[in-house]
Design a protein around this ligand. Sequence first.
Ligand SMILES: Nc1nc2c(ncn2[C@@H]2O[C@H](COP(=O)(O)OP(=O)(O)OP(=O)(O)O)[C@@H](O)[C@H]2O)c(=O)[nH]1
Ligand SMILES: [Mg+2]
Length: 198
Amino acid sequence: MIIKRAQFITSLDVLRPFPGQGKPEIAMVGKSNVGKSSMINRITGNAKLARTSAEPGKTRLINLFNLNDEIILVDLPGYGFAKVSRDEKNRWAGMIEGYLSGSEFLREALMLVDIRHEPTADDATMVEYLRHFEIPFHVIATKADKLSRAQRGRNLPVICRKLAVQPWQVIAFSAEDGTGREQVLELFEGLLAPREEA
Ligand SMILES: Nc1nc2c(ncn2[C@@H]2O[C@H](COP(=O)(O)OP(=O)(O)OP(=O)(O)O)[C@@H](O)[C@H]2O)c(=O)[nH]1
Ligand SMILES: [Mg+2]
């Protein structure tokens, strides 16, 4: 898939559910600061499309982006950010769960984890949640530029084990140098292919 056009559509919160536009939606999930918004910018080739920050907790609403009028990318707030109040955490959890459980056109989740670290209990819970709601997903191991090829080779199996996923479900990615971008675009392309009727 070649990205010809990428635009911000709108922000949602719990009070404004998204009815969908009949286009496949791809949701980005993962801890605060793991690189969800940066990934959107690298994928679309627009460094200013989604707001990013070195401080976790930057994305506080659900932001929707239109790709080529074909796909809707959904940037969700991150979880596991200690500095947020309990009320705010509950609000974010409600927002994330409400979207993931209620979106008619959600076709795929990208579950982001930092390639340098073992996935957390929260990450494992999120994967269980995706399985429970039968949302297909791939794992994106972000910040791959921070590790050597050998270190990546050591860390990827740890991620697979912890999240109980197969190696083919994991894509090493870097918003910094573009590693994995082509693989992600191929994945998007696959979602556009007509679905086989059951
Ligand atoms: N080196 C490197 N840094 C990255 C990469 N992706 C993200 N970062 C940095 O990580 C920080 C967080 O990135 P964001 O994209 O804002 O993370 P997020 O997951 O959207 O965070 P929240 O909105 O808080 O949930 C920023 O300082 C980014 O520059 C990457 O692939 N490589
Ligand atoms: Mg963000």
